[in-house]
Design a protein around this ligand. Structure first.
Ligand code: COA
Length: 160
């Protein structure tokens, strides 16, 4: 008999801060203060943070950022983080996180989902293609802000 895998997705709350800190450190290699994660999860209405567990074990997380402009009637959503721990991959966790993100956005009148992923990130590209996302020809430009260091220091003190 094959053991059924039970994937559960839920919206993260402040009490999940330590778990989120661990997942975020694994994925982004960033150490965020737990108190700051708690505060952001509790107060940032523009971000939806989702946690996945598989049969009770923490398996991954995803974050969705909602944006609004005077140029368009509806909002748009960017999936900014999508991470599944190695041992839980190819079980449908990434797909379940994406579906939950889309369901979460449905309450907000979102006209489009956007996700950036590495040009060489085959796994990421395969996941998004399998979920119906199309690759665009646009390029992404970034530049570090002049006051970037100030923000980093503020974040370390937990005051941002
Ligand atoms: C990308 C990632 C989130 C996928 O998570 P996952 O839980 O393994 O994805 P799923 O099991 O839902 O896969 C859904 C489909 O995506 C495709 N896919 C996912 N991983 C794949 C891989 N390694 N190779 C080929 N296709 C893959 C397949 O079509 C798969 O369906 P199938 O298993 O029935 O063939 C995971 O590999 C990961 O966390 N990678 C590191 C972080 C990352 O790159 N994040 C995305 C970029 S921001």
């Amino acid at each position: 008999m094959v053991n059924a895998v039970k994937i559960r997705i839920h919206r993260a709350e402040a009490c999940d801060a330590a778990v989120l800190a661990g997942l975020n450190a694994e994925f982004n290699e960033v150490r965020m203060p737990i108190a700051l994660i708690k505060k952001r999860v509790r107060t940032n209405r523009k971000e939806l943070v989702l946690l996945a567990d598989v049969s009770g074990d923490v398996a991954g997380y995803a974050c969705v950022q909602f944006s609004r402009s005077m140029c368009y009637q509806d909002d748009w959503a960017e999936i900014t983080e999508m991470y599944v721990r190695d041992r839980f991959r190819r079980m449908g966790v990434g797909t379940a996180l994406l579906s939950a993100a889309e369901r979460g956005a449905a309450q907000r009148k979102v006209y489009q989902f956007v996700v950036l992923t590495g040009g060489r990130n085959r796994k990421g590209q395969a996941l998004y293609s399998s979920a119906g996302y199309r690759k665009t020809r646009e390029l992404v430009y970034t530049k570090d802000a002049a006051n970037q260091q100030i923000h980093t220091i503020a974040a370390k003190r937990g005051s941002a």
